[in-house]
Design a binder for this molecule. Sequence first.
Ligand code: PPE
Length: 308
Amino acid sequence: MPITEVDKIWMDGELVDWKHAQVHVLSHALHYGSGVFEGIRAYETARGAAVWHLDEHLRRLFRSAKLYHMDIPYSHEALVEATRQVVRANELHACYIRPLAFRGYGEMGVNPLLAPVNVVVAVWPWGTYLGEDALEQGVRIKISSWRRNSQNALPAGAKATGQYINSVLAKVESLKAGYDEAIMLNEAGQITDGSGENVFIVRDRVLTTPPTQAGCLDGITRTTVMSLARDLGYVVREENLVRTDLYNADECFFTGTAAEITPIREVDDRTVGEGHRGPVTKELQSAFFSATKGDNPRYADWLTYVRD
Ligand code: PPE
């Protein structure tokens, strides 16, 4: 997807012009994938732009950094303010937000510990992730021939830039085969997640999603959707799934910051349920988007307004 450029990017404590937010080609992270990042969205509400689950995302960013012995030279509170500031500065009503902490310029060789840590928070308008009609029409997916990186190789408990080269293999394979997205299995053949989304199935009105121990990212939208579904009276389980569980589901959908709640209408050329967005998926989408808009006071805590 081409990036829609905006005015400013927050970089190491300052707002800089979009075109000046640059790094040296010998930055450590470019060579060794030594960065940690987040994907967040801000939504339009009656009180202006509000960032969805900002605290949860920043907490995950600091957990990711800890795993890689990276000291982020800003506090959680400073990054909350940086995020609010950069959304305001670009006068965006709704946008995608990409905080990134990475090992910068000054050291070569695998050891990252002496390289500086740079931090940016970039924002840009980003519409639907998996195609224009994806939220209504659903997507067609393929189980990848590539396995998800294992927990003792590149742990899914962190969101590090380097681990995404595994998602890239799966994504490109699925696109070249004519599908919209891929889902990866772990070495035991259990479902993990998509290249950038968690997965749920619905069967007999019970929702199931793989446990994080299977090797999927501990998705914040995943946790949110589990809460929304339980509040709507559904039983939600975290249990291992295999590929036939997807084929035989009544409904299947992806969750993610970028993907939001995207129905899956076909898996490996098998129609899922009726082959279009199912009623449970639709109900969850409505609950989700009403909360992101700030229309449901029960979930008011999930929004951080960019203006006081
Ligand atoms: N699994 C993976 C592998 C993943 O990358 C994401 C987010 C999720 C699950 C869902 O997590 P969460 O956003 O916390 O609900 N993927 C981000 C990056 C997408 C991109 O292409 O870049 C995102 O959705 O922001």
